[in-house]
Design a protein around this ligand. Structure first.
Ligand code: C5P
Length: 238
């Protein structure tokens, strides 16, 4: 087992530790679950372990398809080794179907499908400000990233969307929307953070049922059980 050293950061659902290797970190997935900028919180038994395995499955799939990520290997039930990145303070949200904050913000109808090109949005990572929507000019003006990095984030995210929509669709699921984050490594921008049902919306293709963190946000129950259903359909070994 890789030894944890100093705690670097503690997010709402994950903790990041240094290891004996300078540019490798240990990402620990906890059972803690939060929504609404941390206003709603609960520990859901087994969620850390399922998210760790789910993320390992997705990151490995992306890597096999040529998408570079920070993921190195799963080291235990709820821990994975990752490359140490210099993270950009922005979140990239991709939407294949309109729902969530997009509909609240713009008053548009739920369920509109973005078939030709998914909708891409940047948000600033800042809980105190409620992660506000920003655009390319904000990122350049405040030096949160360069014009080239903005282009790369869009290009890689659209690639990711193509690969992921296919595996979810083949599994009888709809990948509605999700959030990804990027960081710098060795002069390149690569995918960091996580891809789990905590950070995406997944609907059952037949029933339209939510099988993601909306179950927690909306008090629908069976949160971990729903993550397990998605994992099972995708072939993730949990
Ligand atoms: O809330 P909103 O509709 O903007 O969320 C879009 C997608 O991004 C959802 O799948 C949500 O789970 C994800 N997201 C996230 N972390 C955030 C904001 C959004 O994982 N801070």
């Amino acid at each position: 087992m890789t030894e944890k050293q100093n705690l670097i950061s503690e997010g709402k659902a994950k903790s990041l530790f240094e290891t004996s290797i300078a540019n490798e970190l240990l990402m620990v997935y906890r059972d803690d679950t939060s929504a609404f900028d941390g206003k709603k919180k609960e520990a859901l038994s087994g969620k850390g372990s399922i998210n760790n395995k789910f993320n390992a499955f997705i990151m490995s799939h992306l890597q096999r398809n040529g998408v570079e990520t920070h993921f190195l290997k799963q080291t235990s039930d709820n821990e994975s080794l990752v490359k140490r990145l210099d993270m950009l303070p922005v979140e990239c949200v991709v939407r294949n179907i309109a729902t969530g904050s997009l509909c609240r913000r713009l008053g548009v109808k739920e369920g509109i499908k973005f078939e030709e090109q998914p909708l891409f949005e940047f948000f600033l990572k800042d809980d105190d400000l409620g992660d506000p929507l920003i655009n390319d000019n904000h990122i350049i003006a405040f030096k949160w990233g360069t014009a080239d990095e903005i282009e790369q984030m869009k290009k890689i995210t659209f690639e990711i969307n193509k690969y992921l929509c296919k595996i979810f669709d083949d599994a009888g699921l709809i990948l509605v929307d999700y959030k990804v984050e990027y960081g710098r490594y060795d002069g390149k921008l690569i995918l960091g953070d996580e891809f789990t049902p905590d950070g995406c919306r997944i609907w059952d293709k037949e029933t339209g049922e939510s099988l993601d963190k909306d179950r927690f946000r909306k008090d629908l129950g069976d949160v971990v059980e729903s993550y397990q259903i998605v994992a099972h359909k995708l072939g993730v070994k949990v």
